[in-house]
Design a protein around this ligand. Structure first.
Ligand SMILES: [Zn+2]
Ligand SMILES: [Zn+2]
Length: 287
C-alpha cells in the first residue's frame, strides 16, 4: 500500500466509492419487491430492515424511505421504473415525489436524469412556488382592497439612506405624488435599458463573435438584472450569463437573449435546452 502514489490511491478510492453508490442504488431499488414477497422471511431474517442492514449495509431510515417512495410512485411508471432499476438515486427521486403526477412524470424523469441533486431541489422549489403563486393570486384578487402592498415594504427594508429620505420628504411637502414619481423613474430606467440593448443588438446581429461576452453587453445585463439570478423569485447570486437562444446556432451575444442565472437555474436551463434540442434537432446532434 505504501508504494502507491497519492493520486493512484485517490483515484482508486473515488472509483470504489462511485461503484459502491451505484450498486447500493440498485440494491435499494429491489428492496420494495423483496419486501412485498417477504423473501427476507424465507431466508431466515427477522425483518426486511435486518436483511437490508446485514446484506446491504443500509439503515432502517433508508429502507423506510425507499418503501414509502415506491408506494407513492406506483401510479407513475416512468419514475417508478427509474427507482427500481437503480438508474437514479433515491435522494433525487425523493425530491420530485412531492410534485410528480401521472401527467408530468415523463418530463420530470428526463430532468431528474440530467440534473444534479441540488438543481433537482431548485426545480421542485420552483414548481411548488408557481403553484403557491397561482393559488395566492386568486386569493389576493378576491381581497385585493384589503391589502396595501406599498406598506409591506418599509423604508428600512429598502435601505433608503437619510439623504434620499429627506429629498423624498421635500417632494412630499410640495404635494408631489412620490409613488408616481418613482414609477415614472422606473419606467424611464426600463426604457433606457431597452434602448441600450436594442443598440447593442443591432451591432452584434451581424457579428460572429468569440465566446467572450463583450464588456458593454455585460454592463447592460448587470444594470438590468443586478447581481441576482434572473429567475424572478430566486435570490441566489448569478453565476453564469446564459444564452437563452442557443449560442452555437446564433453565434452572437445579443443581450435580448442573455440572462444571468444562479448555478442551479443554469443547470436547469441547459437540461431543458438539451431536451428541446433533442426533440427538435434529433438529426443534428448536440454540441
Ligand atoms: Zn448557459
Ligand atoms: Zn436561480
Amino acid at each position: 500500500m505504501e508504494n502507491i502514489s497519492d493520486s493512484e490511491l485517490w483515484s482508486r478510492i473515488v472509483m470504489f466509492g462511485e461503484a459502491a453508490r451505484k450498486w447500493r442504488q440498485k440494491f435499494l431499488g429491489l428492496l420494495p419487491e423483496v419486501a412485498r414477497r417477504e423473501l427476507w422471511r424465507v431466508h431466515g431474517f427477522e425483518s426486511v430492515f435486518v436483511f437490508a442492514f446485514k446484506v446491504g449495509g443500509v439503515s432502517k431510515e433508508q429502507v423506510e424511505r425507499v418503501l414509502a417512495i415506491e408506494e407513492r410512485l406506483r401510479d407513475k411508471p416512468v419514475l417508478h421504473g427509474m427507482l427500481i432499476s437503480g438508474e437514479v438515486s433515491v435522494n433525487k427521486i425523493v425530491r420530485v415525489v412531492a410534485v410528480a403526477t401521472p401527467e408530468n412524470e415523463q418530463a420530470l424523469a428526463g430532468q431528474v436524469k440530467l440534473l444534479s441533486q441540488q438543481a433537482v431541489e431548485t426545480l421542485v422549489r420552483d414548481m411548488k412556488s408557481y403553484e403557491i403563486m397561482g393559488k395566492s393570486q386568486v386569493r389576493l384578487e378576491n381581497v385585493s382592497n384589503q391589502f396595501s402592498f406599498v406598506r409591506v415594504h418599509s423604508e428600512e427594508s429598502l435601505g433608503l439612506n437619510q439623504e434620499v429620505v429627506s429629498k423624498l420628504q421635500v417632494l412630499k411637502q410640495k404635494g408631489i405624488d412620490i409613488n408616481e414619481a418613482f414609477l415614472t423613474f422606473l419606467e424611464q430606467r426600463d426604457q433606457d435599458i431597452q434602448q441600450v440593448k436594442e443598440n447593442i443588438a443591432a451591432e452584434v446581429e451581424t457579428q460572429t463573435s468569440s465566446r467572450y461576452i463583450p464588456a458593454n453587453v455585460r454592463r447592460i445585463i448587470a444594470k438590468e438584472y443586478g447581481i441576482k439570478c434572473a429567475i424572478s423569485h430566486c435570490q441566489k447570486p448569478s453565476r453564469n450569463i446564459h444564452h437563452t437562444a442557443r449560442y452555437s446556432m446564433i453565434r452572437n451575444h445579443n443581450p435580448n437573449f442573455l440572462a444571468p442565472l444562479c448555478r442551479q437555474h443554469h443547470e436547469i436551463a441547459h437540461a431543458i435546452d438539451a431536451r428541446v434540442q433533442k426533440m427538435k434537432y434529433r438529426h443534428i446532434g448536440n454540441t
